[in-house]
Ligand binder design. Sequence first.
Ligand SMILES: Cc1cc2nc3c(=O)[nH]c(=O)nc-3n(C[C@H](O)[C@H](O)[C@H](O)COP(=O)(O)OP(=O)(O)OC[C@H]3O[C@@H](n4cnc5c(N)ncnc54)[C@H](O)[C@@H]3O)c2cc1C
Length: 530
Amino acid sequence: MTEKLLSQYDVVIVGGGVTGAGVARDCAMRGMSTLLVESHDLTYGTTGRNHGLMHSGARYAVTDLENARECIEENKILCRIARHCVEPTGGLFISLPEDDLAYQARLVESCHEAGINAEVIDAAEARRIEPAVNPTLVSAVLVPDASIDPFKLTMSNVLDAQLHGATVLTYHEVVAIHRDQNTVTAVTLRDNLSGEQKRVDAGVVINAAGIWSCLIAKLAGVELKMLPARGALLLLGQRVNKMVINRCRKPANADILVPTGNVCVLGTTSRRVPIEEIEDMSVTVEEAQMLLTEGVKLAPAIAHTRVLRAYAGVRPLVADDDDPTGRNVSRGISCIDHSERDGVENFITITGGKMMTYRLMAQMATDLACKKLHLRRRCATATTSLPGSDNVATSKSTTWHDFTISKPWRHDKNNRLLCTCEGVTEREVETILNEDDDVDFDALRRRTRLGMGPCQGRICACRVARKMCARQGEDEAMKRLVNFMNERWKGMRPVTWSDTLSEAYNTALVYQDLCGVDQIMKTVKKEVKQ
Ligand SMILES: Cc1cc2nc3c(=O)[nH]c(=O)nc-3n(C[C@H](O)[C@H](O)[C@H](O)COP(=O)(O)OP(=O)(O)OC[C@H]3O[C@@H](n4cnc5c(N)ncnc54)[C@H](O)[C@@H]3O)c2cc1C
């Protein structure tokens, strides 16, 4: 994103995940001059690496009532303000013969205490409303879980922030935070594409950098102890289930299956990792196999479903205990006023929580920023729809850019499909390329879902490469194509068996033998032969 940068802002927000996007929207809506800075692309962090589950709160009801209450409140708000991002699938917490029914009773009781509708239904009713569910289940609890699109949610918040005057810089990293004695006054940004550095004055700096928040805090001279808990997930090649299926037991491995678009997501694991490893998003074959072994207990059809890819994310939990898994650490929100905690003025950290509580987190951080800037402006994000939300009739087939400009693309016979798996059209891609000539494949993927479907980019990447050649020159376009396909391959690698193996081999053949691009997935053919 290329935008004009001022030398001074009321608020500088660090991190372009869903939290930073929500904070930018709230600050801009309350009339503050706002700068949002992201070191990579929007949703690069944990926001682009989760289940996409809009919790009802039932998962946390037994262990963390406050967290559960926040979830159900935000669940209702998101159903109103972000209808284009939410699919109200409903959810089941299933008890299998080996599960303790006493836990089910506690779950229902705690849900009621938190204000969550939770109804016990018998096995026959559960099988009727969700045919994919494990038929051996004993009973289930019906809750208002839903599926939410993290990419669309973040982009819609960013778009609304921009519509309210915010400046958004991607590929800009905060490399220094300046203090005048105990007051934060400015940040230095490095343009990660050109290497150029700029200093920007800030009334308040809001640290919304997810798991990287501890590193941002360090730049401001304060210590923030985080507990990085890494979770692995599998993307399955078709929509096995209609409803979210959870296992009714204390949270454990592979106990959530979320339908999303044409596919579904199975997760997760939870393993504490050292801070030095937070950039390592690789998943092992063992993790993938363990997820599948447990996952078939939710829905047996998983055993016969192609696994498209494996990916991982790191939970941004603030913690001070020694739990080795991170599962028992509160998923609660940490909104830290560093003047109270560390004596450093005009610096706020907002982290912890979950994607689905991002709006509340943003409200908390913005309230605090207003207080520091002596502004009395009320939060309106709970009652103001996000762009796109009111066009719900067309939302299934829309992307971020569908609601930036009104255009009847879908009904235009000259508009071709580039990504047939995800229904991404030539016009959508061209609109994005026209807005930013320098955009790469991954940025297109995050904004349109291009390459995220069953073929994992085999067909559409070729087509987009042709368009990029015209704009960026052949060498640059090919370099980007190679990077993109190799990134896709990283996610396929731990699950390369059966159909996924044939697909990967086929992709390697298309690119290497037909197109002559021999740097793409160069390990595939070698590994397949072994
Ligand atoms: C496996 C897994 C499954 C999950 N499933 C769910 C779910 O189903 N539902 C749910 O509600 N929540 C879920 N969560 C939690 C949720 O994903 C996170 O709480 C949420 O996405 C955090 O968003 P964030 O914006 O705070 O952080 P991030 O999305 O990580 O964003 C932080 C951003 O800061 C940027 N950044 C870092 N350093 C700098 C710098 N120096 N300068 C500029 N930018 C910087 C990073 O590049 C990054 O993009 C899950 C988490 C995991 C790990």
